[in-house]
Design a protein around this ligand. Structure first.
Ligand code: ZN
Ligand code: ZN
Length: 268
């Protein structure tokens, strides 16, 4: 992939010299790829730190020179962020991030995208409207969390994760874009255990050895406690410039904290 980027980059550089020109599709694609590389590098660094902390001789829970906190980044050029979305149940203003749309409002504990009828039990979360047949919070209907649905909401601001500010139609000049991303900060909890079923372990996207599993009724053996849990979420914005295959930052990060969502398991 790196080689291909280089080729496109060279083509873009050559174009500037008056040789072969790149199309706007080629230029935009190369821009996206460089952005993914940028955020992937940050995520790989986070994974490295996490792996280091998982080593048998690491003193987990004790603050190391680099700390026991790390951050992961989400960027998707096709996704968006919604600011000032009003929860339909309690009217709290929320920030919604489309790659990780949450199921329940952090303020009232109900699905923020549907209107609850009169007489619903506000204290019961998730209530029957928010709950699926399996007794867990129901995934919101895709139509309710589509870009168009948020655009119709009064006051809500729908912001793309990738927004051209310069060079959209001419990949041979300097391209620039406002990039929005989600940063999740993970903190080490040395007493944390996960209460999950064996089926979930089978399907887990992460190495099960990383899951400190509490002893369950299904006979799962408990593992020593301690794991990283999401501690805070931020929505960030930054401007990038892309010229001749090279990516550069145009300004400093601006970040805004997102209110933590409630534990999906209950309303404690
Ligand atoms: Zn709410
Ligand atoms: Zn509800």
């Amino acid at each position: 992939m790196r080689l291909k980027l280089l080729v496109v980059g060279l083509a873009a550089a050559a174009a500037l010299g008056g040789c072969q020109k790149v199309t706007k599709e080629q230029g935009t694609k190369a821009f996206y790829k460089e952005l993914h590389l940028y955020f992937n590098n940050l995520n790989n660094e986070a994974q490295f730190r996490k792996d280091e902390m998982r080593k048998a001789d690491a003193k987990l829970g004790i603050v190391t020179p680099t700390g026991s906190i790390y951050s992961t980044f989400v960027f998707d050029e096709n996704a968006f962020i919604v600011k000032n979305f009003k929860c339909k149940t309690c009217e709290t203003k929320l920030i919604i991030t489309s790659p990780g749309t949450e199921y329940l409002c952090p303020s009232c504990g109900h699905c923020p995208y549907v209107t609850h009828g009169a007489g619903f039990n506000r204290k019961e979360s998730p209530c029957k409207i928010c709950m699926g047949t399996d007794g867990k919070p129901k995934e919101p209907n895709p139509a309710l969390i589509a870009k168009e649905a948020f655009e119709k909401e009064p006051g809500a601001q729908v912001l793309p994760m990738f927004e051209f500010v310069q060079g959209k139609d001419n990949a041979n000049a300097t391209m620039a874009a406002t990039v929005r991303y989600v940063r999740r900060q993970w903190a080490y909890d040395n007493r944390g255990v996960v209460d999950i079923s064996s089926r979930v372990i089978e399907k887990a996207a992460v190495d099960p050895n990383y899951l400190p599993i509490a002893a369950t009724a299904e006979g799962q053996l408990g593992r020593p406690p301690g794991f990283h849990r999401p501690d805070a979420t931020f929505v960030g914005q930054i401007e990038f410039e892309f010229r001749g295959g090279d990516l550069s930052l145009k300004n400093r990060y601006q970040e805004e904290a997102v209110r933590p969502w409630k534990d999906l398991k209950g309303n404690q």
